[in-house]
Design a protein around this ligand. Structure first.
Ligand code: CA
Ligand code: CA
Length: 195
């Protein structure tokens, strides 16, 4: 089945510090495009860090290698290099926004070329959690640009956190057992990214 094509915003900020997200409506299917057309002013003081997950740890192409976290003035953006991206794969992003509480506070689950994602308030990694209204939430996972998967969460949806840290679980559909790659490791976070 054909699915909508949803290109991601330019990976690298332009010197002008403005980022424009374009929408291209793809073919058929009732699925709504993941990204709304929007221009976001990139604050100069945004703190961005790129973390590495071990490459080759899955033994197959499905393999998270980097996770870039941008703790911006208006949004927290996470961009993953997933190794591959196919229909049937999915990604869970956990965000830790309250250092005092060890676990994550939020989760976003992203399926390729689907608008079935939302911001979920959780008490732990295992918590199913509760959906939080967040109209500005964006996610991008496009099987036609399989080199990255990303989420962009307005700070306002998460009580305007200070430092944040993330954990990502890639779930890849394979014949036989599916492949799972946790970044950086099972129920572990990368380092804090200051705001
Ligand atoms: Ca990996
Ligand atoms: Ca926490």
């Amino acid at each position: 089945m054909m699915v909508p094509i949803t290109p991601e915003p330019p990976r690298h900020k332009q010197p002008g510090r403005s980022m424009v997200v374009h929408i291209r409506r793809g073919v058929t299917v009732g699925a709504v495009a993941l990204l709304a057309s929007v221009a976001v002013l990139q604050p100069a003081q945004a703190d961005t860090e790129t973390f590495r997950d071990k490459a080759g740890d899955t033994g197959v192409k499905a393999d998270i290698t980097t996770v870039r976290v941008k703790n911006g003035a208006n949004r927290v953006t996470v961009v993953v290099r997933p190794g591959r991206l196919k229909s049937g794969d999915y990604f869970r992003f956990w965000l830790d926004t309250v250092p005092k509480n060890r676990g994550p506070e939020y989760k976003v689950e992203v399926y390729p070329n689907s608008d079935g994602f939302g911001l979920v308030r959780v008490g732990s990694f295992r918590d199913k959690g509760k959906l939080v209204g967040c109209p500005g939430l964006r996610a991008n996972a496009d099987i036609f640009t399989p080199d990255r998967v990303s989420i962009s969460v307005p700070r306002s949806c998460m009580h305007n956190p200070g430092s944040v840290r993330v954990s990502v679980r890639g779930h890849y559909e394979y014949r036989g057992p599916d492949v799972v790659d946790w970044a950086p490791a099972k129920r572990k976070f990368f380092g804090w990214v200051a705001r």
